[in-house]
Design a protein around this ligand. Structure first.
Ligand code: NDP
Length: 329
């Protein structure tokens, strides 16, 4: 095996941040008990923030970005994994404070890994990636709070994005009536193809709204935050649940308590990064069961390592549909 590996490297100097694809000596890999030959990685929203330097994601330099990878174990001193095992990693600060997946090689803690579900190839697992695994955490939160396919319509915001696309596909397969919110009316056919029953323009949810609006949604998956989330909560039905996972529209929440104290609405916060192993494994098991892998290909664009920086700009500009994968091996 070669004593160096190709990786996207983000470095920082007085001039700012620089991104390159470099040959890195293997002995510079960080500490960890499992070494993985990465077969595929992805570009998530957070990776795009890291690559463009537009969010304070990277905590130390130089950094190999990539909050996700799927690959095969090549070395392990952990009793839980042996060479040849196929694994997936999502989050845990990888690609932020620990070298990540946009590389041919990664070394991490065994505690962060999840065995690759046999239903998926490494490429399919990355087509899902943190975005899709987060979408499943949102679906599981709705279920936990009693939202069933019979409860009524379920709303998904940012529906053409990564989290949104997988959320629409999973909810539709489970039998929910899914209403997709998008800022891209041209994606209507794509979204109905994933299973959305109707499409609403994002503008319906933008800007300040009333504390309480007409009761419409039994549940919602929100990737937007800001006024969008406030308006989603205000239009959620009595005892409905909103799973909030994102900030594509903003970090703030200009809402009132009215939906919570007058309609018993639950706002369920979703974090994928530090999510305990048990819930991660359950989310991946549920994805293997409740997501038709056939939906992944049409929603996925594959790029090379040296296209990550330019694609990150596109992703933040909302010009990427669905998911971006970075096949490596
Ligand atoms: P994408 O960029 O793939 O999708 C985001 C989508 O949001 C866009 O495609 C667009 O969809 C919509 N959108 C963009 N701008 C706005 C806006 N101003 N107002 C409302 N909607 C907007 O990102 P991901 O799906 O990967 O991630 C979505 C969000 O979820 C991000 O904020 C990300 O940080 C967060 N996230 C959080 C996780 C967690 O652990 N909590 C894990 C993963 C992601 P359309 O054009 O259809 O409207």
């Amino acid at each position: 095996m070669s004593d160096s590996f190709r990786a996207v490297l983000i470095s920082e100097d007085e001039g700012g941040q620089r991104v390159e694809v470099a040959d890195v000596p293997v002995d510079r890999l960080p500490a960890g008990d499992v070494t993985v030959a990465v077969e595929c990685s992805t570009l998530n929203y957070k990776d795009a923030l890291a690559l463009t330097g537009s969010g304070k994601i990277v905590r130390s330099f130089p950094m190999v970005p990539g909050i996700d990878f799927a690959g095969t174990v090549t070395e392990s001193s952990s009793p839980d994994y042996a060479p040849g095992d196929r694994v997936v990693l999502n989050g845990w600060g990888v690609g932020e404070r620990h070298w990540g997946g946009l590389a041919e090689r990664a070394r991490v803690s065994a505690d962060w890994l999840v065995p690759l579900e046999s239903a998926f190839t490494p490429q399919q697992a990355m087509s899902i990636g943190t975005a899709g695994y987060t979408a499943m955490l949102c679906v599981m939160a709705l279920e936990r709070h009693g939202v069933t396919p019979d409860s009524g319509e379920v709303l998904v915001t940012g529906a053409s994005g990564g989290v949104g696309s997988i959320a629409v596909a999973v909810l539709a397969k489970l039998g929910y009536t899914v209403v997709a919110v998008t800022g891209r009316p041209e994606e209507e056919e794509y979204l109905t193809g994933l299973g959305a029953s109707r499409i609403l323009p994002r503008s319906d949810f933008e800007g300040p709204g009333r504390p309480l609006a007409k009761e419409q949604w039994a549940g919602a998956v929100d990737v937007a935050g800001g006024h969008v989330l406030a308006n989603v909560c205000a239009s959620t039905r009595y005892r409905g649940t909103v799973a909030a996972c994102g900030l594509a529209a903003g970090m703030d929440l200009p809402a009132t308590v009215a939906p919570f104290i007058l309609r018993g609405v639950t706002l369920a916060g979703i974090d994928s990064v530090m999510c305990p192993q048990e819930d991660r494994r359950e989310a991946w098991r549920r994805l293997a069961q409740d997501l038709d892998p056939a939906v992944l290909e049409p929603m996925t664009e594959a790029i090379f390592l040296d296209e990550c920086a330019s694609t990150a700009e596109k992703l933040l500009a909302g010009r990427v549909r669905g998911r971006v994968i970075v096949p490596i091996a």
